[in-house]
Design a protein around this ligand. Sequence first.
Ligand SMILES: NC(=O)c1ccc[n+]([C@@H]2O[C@H](COP(=O)([O-])OP(=O)(O)OC[C@H]3O[C@@H](n4cnc5c(N)ncnc54)[C@H](O)[C@@H]3O)[C@@H](O)[C@H]2O)c1
Length: 261
Amino acid sequence: MAQEPRTIVITGGGSGIGRAVAMQCAARGDRVAVLDIAGDTAVEAAAAARAAGAAAAIGLACDVSREESVAGALSESERVLGPAWGVFANAGMDAGGFAHELPFETWKRVLEVNLTGVYLTCKYALQQCLKASRGGSIVCTSSPGAFVSFAAGAAGAYSASKGGISALVRCLAVDYARHGIRVNAVVPGATETRLMWANVAPEEIPRMRRQISAEVPIGRLASPDEPARAVVWLLSDESSYVTGSHLVCDGGILAKACISV
Ligand SMILES: NC(=O)c1ccc[n+]([C@@H]2O[C@H](COP(=O)([O-])OP(=O)(O)OC[C@H]3O[C@@H](n4cnc5c(N)ncnc54)[C@H](O)[C@@H]3O)[C@@H](O)[C@H]2O)c1
């Protein structure tokens, strides 16, 4: 189903899944705003989006955990590209640690970036959607950790932040359905990105990649393009009756019981 070019705002769009969504939205001719705390990667991704066919694209430095930074970036995006119709609230970080040892600062930073960042992105994007009165589609990035504990453990802060995102998605879906704004979550499984290996020593990565591949039912990690395709579907009229849902793109992780008997 072809659709008119629309403005899509993507946080954490400088790399990984966010960048893949930016490229796929560009390929279908959308206007794309790439926001990332690493401003240089946002600018580079916006240039790549223009080369991939975006009607227009800008890259902006933005720390999603700071309200003034999100408000400023969303305002600049609206000025240049017009009001957002689609939003991928995706920026995230991971910092592991057992609760009794985890520095409070680390806990707060993970919650501020992952959960508060999604809230702030939605807050300012929703204002644009409401003002434009053309509906919209918001997709937030959750995780299997929102539903089950990772067997390796020490993921309390990350999983709590993702559980919060999943709860927020359900609330926003109900609050804004009457305005024609849909809100959903994508649940990527193990995906080959920088964040995937954030808490793994470089020399451990090949062994862990083999272990994950052996345990994920589909037998491998995802490429960022795979969850991105699920996101782009949610950011289209193809998913017009889908709201408040989780689109799981995890190679079967959540379908599998964790014990092997
Ligand atoms: N890779 C996986 O296996 C996996 C699985 C489930 C969920 N996720 C989620 O997917 C999302 C995207 O991560 P990814 O895997 O593509 O990793 P990634 O590291 O490639 O991308 C994350 C991006 O977020 C940006 N970012 C970090 N903090 C930010 C902040 N405060 N403000 C703005 N931008 C910030 C980073 O600079 C980076 O470009 C995250 O929310 C992550 O939790 C990833």
